[in-house]
Design a protein around this ligand. Structure first.
Ligand SMILES: *Cc1c(COP(=O)(O)O)cnc(C)c1O
Length: 422
């Protein structure tokens, strides 16, 4: 298979090529439920693997420190224009290497070491870079953290306001990695205004839903939008920072020369293609189908007796709380993996267990929706999850092997974008 798709790679480095080929098979055969992952299109894959790789372009279009930018400038300018159009913002920077460096650039633009910054606590669903202790953002800055209510699993906006007014953080982050519910950007904006803070919406997970109109946009409410490009947005691994004109200079200066050197032009090209794809009517359907699938999967899991954090989902993501089951998150995640269903174990809010061995499993529907699975398939997916968790409890490896065969069978009928089955 891969030998014909990557002939030069197979000839030059068969060992490495064999790993890539095996990964293609794995991604084709498994049911991938990690909510931060997806399948890029063949066009995005091609754009990301071009000779743009060979070029150094420190600076920005029209203002570079190296010559020979005739084509690179057009690539980056196109990506910027598409980002501005798709997200309705004044300014876009498409150079951050990934989501974490993008967030670091935001701190660099608006805060000094030792300043107070505020974000959602990691175990509550926030991201490491929102000021959590083990991250540079939590050791170079003084991170104060909000969470969700124990009774509802929802963000407690009154508590967020109290904390913000008491701490007056330079920067407030909203958004996260395990939030199954709609983020109220207007409520955060009101709080940030009262506290005199810069408000950042980190929409890494939901950027594709926003682009497709399946989640409200933060564009009219926040100072800065930070996003990865490789999750629901279905682009290459990378990131973007978007803002109003008043913050454009500070953001650009922070990314380069503040934090980075030359941009990854091949990635910029892939981002441009992904943004073009995300502006098509078919992507609106995709984004809404992701949410419809997640709601159907959540309903099917609830019917089968699972506890879900916040009782369900509004977006692409479901956080299963296994506290009431005999199987902790890691054991369940590893059993699901053996059954051909790829998930990640995750903390749940107020988790009684340790972060490396927590009580939750985090799943989502971006990848399966990219393959064309619909709401009619979600009871089947819920059945497989139920049977896998039961099998994990009993140590029934045979049952997991049976599920794996069933999964492989269904996946063969739904070829993934960028991965034609041979
Ligand atoms: C994924 C994610 C990031 C980090 O992105 P990387 O590309 O992995 O560095 C930052 N913030 C949020 C909310 C994320 O979900």
């Amino acid at each position: 298979m891969s030998a014909s798709r990557h002939p030069a790679l197979f000839a030059a480095d068969p060992e490495l090529a064999s790993f890539v080929a095996a990964e293609e098979v794995l991604q084709a055969q498994t049911l991938r439920l990690i909510p931060s992952e997806n399948y890029v299109s063949a066009a995005v894959l091609e754009a990301s693997g071009t000779v743009l790789q060979n070029k150094y372009s420190e600076g920005y279009p029209g203002r570079r420190y190296y010559e020979g930018q005739q084509n690179i400038d057009r690539v980056e300018a196109l990506a910027i224009e598409r980002a501005k159009g798709l997200f309705g913002v004044d300014h876009a920077n498409v150079q951050p290497y990934s989501g974490s460096p993008a967030n670091l650039a935001v701190y660099l633009a608006f805060a000094k070491p030792g300043d107070t910054v505020m974000g959602m606590a990691l175990p509550m669903g926030g991201h490491l870079t929102h000021g959590w202790g083990v991250s540079a953002t939590g050791s170079w800055f003084r991170g104060v953290q909000y969470g969700v209510r124990a009774d509802t699993g929802l963000i407690d906006y009154d508590a967020v306001r109290d904390l913000a007014l008491a701490e007056r953080p330079k920067v407030i982050f909203c958004g996260g990695t395990a939030l199954p519910r709609t983020i109220d950007f207007a409520a955060f904006a009101e709080i940030a205004r009262e506290a005199g803070s810069i408000l950042v919406a980190d929409v890494a997970h939901i950027a594709g839903l926003i682009a497709g109109g399946a989640h409200p946009s933060p564009a009219d409410h926040v100072d800065v939008i930070s996003t990865t490009t490789h999750k629901t947005l279905r682009g290459p691994r990378g990131a973007m920072l978007m803002c109003r004109e008043e913050h454009a200079k500070a953001i650009d200066k922070a990314v380069f020369p503040g934090l980075q050197g030359g941009p990854h032009n091949q990635t910029t090209a892939g981002i441009a293609v992904a943004l073009h794809e995300a502006a098509q009517p078919s992507f609106v359907s995709y984004a809404h189908a992701v949410v419809a699938n997640a709601k159907a999967l959540a309903a099917a899991l609830l019917e089968r007796g699972f506890d879900l954090v916040s009782g369900g989902t509004d977006n692409h993501l479901i956080l299963i709380d296994l506290t009431g089951k005999d199987v902790p998150g890691k054991i369940a995640a590893k059993a699901l993996d053996r059954a051909g269903i790829v998930v990640n174990y995750n903390t749940v809010p107020f988790d009684p267990r340790k972060p490396f061995d927590p009580s939750g499993v985090r799943i989502g529907t971006p990848s399966l929706t990219s393959r064309g699975l619909g709401v009619a398939h979600m009871p089947q997916v819920a059945d497989w999850i139920t049977r896998s968790v039961d099998a994990a409890a009993k140590g029934d490896e045979q049952a997991l092997a049976v599920i794996r065969a069933e999964v492989t069978d269904l996946m063969a009928a739904f070829p993934a974008p960028g991965l034609p089955l041979s």
